[in-house]
Ligand binder design. Structure first.
Ligand SMILES: C[S@@+](CC[C@H](N)C(=O)[O-])C[C@H]1O[C@@H](n2cnc3c(N)ncnc32)[C@H](O)[C@@H]1O
Length: 282
């Protein structure tokens, strides 16, 4: 593959920019919940790493895929505050110089991220309060790609999309399990695996068993916001294949499926799985 076609494929993975209703910045509470969930593991590793490095004077922290919006600051403030706490616990009064690097694809909307820089600086002083406020109220994991497929098929029935277009579409997404993840890391060979663990996110199903979705209800806005979580991460891949014109309709259908899935299902808890890995470069 030529480097220019590889670059254009990579850029098509960029999240939706800006701070509008379909932006990544406003629809990434799911990723934020995962970040909150990983903070303990991250803190344990930072403390161990600082001990091994002898509490250095300079530390560089990089987010390799910071995206646009506030999440990267949640990750960064967690890391920076843990570093500062560790120095204090060690009886060191001098804090190290910490440089934070935000990295992402060239097409990423860094402007939206940088506008939020002042709240990051405040977060460093009032981090505990912020953590409480960011605790997840509910978690909304479910089989998002099969719901997207159902929504696309709805549009085929409505005559807005050709079935052949849906057949020709592949979502470049693969959910590895822990064993596969370990194999890839070992084969690649650059890293020592300190810790690898799988976490499941629980889903709280609503008790209602309504079959008809009330699209004017406040509850429906919640389903739409779940649809938007998927929209802001997948639109850059969907639009080149299906066109911009069907996006509103597609994610409206998505919200309806979410409403039915979450209200009709009687399964207790089934969730997507997140793999948390701690690595040291060899
Ligand atoms: C799902 S987002 C996660 C963003 C953020 N870390 C969060 O937790 O909300 C994944 C990010 O990785 C970026 N990304 C994907 N491939 C990348 C690459 N090769 N180099 C840098 N960033 C990349 C995407 O552009 C996207 O912003």
């Amino acid at each position: 593959m030529s480097s220019s076609s590889r670059d254009s494929i990579m850029n098509s993975f960029s999240m939706n920019g800006g701070d509008g209703k379909n932006s990544y910045a406003n629809n990434s509470s799911y990723q934020r919940d995962i970040l909150s969930d990983t903070q303990l593991v991250v803190a344990e590793n930072i403390t161990a790493m600082l001990g091994e490095l002898g509490f250095p004077e300079y530390i560089k922290v990089a987010d390799l895929g910071c995206s646009s919006g506030p999440n990267t600051y949640l990750a960064m403030s967690g890391i920076v505050n843990t570093i500062i706490d560790s120095y204090h616990q060690k009886g060191r009064t001098d804090s190290p110089e910490i440089d934070c690097f935000l990295n992402d694809l060239p097409e990423n909307d860094f402007n939206t991220t940088f506008k939020l820089l002042p709240s990051f600086q405040e977060g460093l002083k009032t981090d505990l309060k912020e953590r409480e406020a960011l605790d997840p109220k509910y978690r909304d994991s479910f089989h998002m790609w099969s719901v997207l497929s159902d929504s696309l098929l709805d549009l085929v029935s409505e005559g807005l999309v050709k079935e052949s277009q849906v057949d020709a579409f592949n979502m470049p997404f693969y959910d590895p399990n822990e064993v596969e993840m370990k194999e890839v890391l070992e084969r690649e060979g650059s890293f020592e695996i300190n810790k690898i663990e799988t976490r499941e996110f629980a889903v709280h199903y609503a008790s209602s068993s309504e079959d008809v979705v009330d699209e004017s209800s406040d509850q429906f806005k919640k389903w739409q916001s779940i649809a938007n979580i998927i929209r802001c991460i997948s639109e850059s891949i969907l639009v080149p294949h299906f066109g911009e014109a069907i996006m509103d309709r597609l994610f409206h259908r998505y919200a309806i499926h979410v409403a039915k899935h979450l209200t009709v299902s009687t399964r207790p808890t089934k969730s997507t799985v997140n793999i948390i890995v701690s690595l040291t470069r060899k």
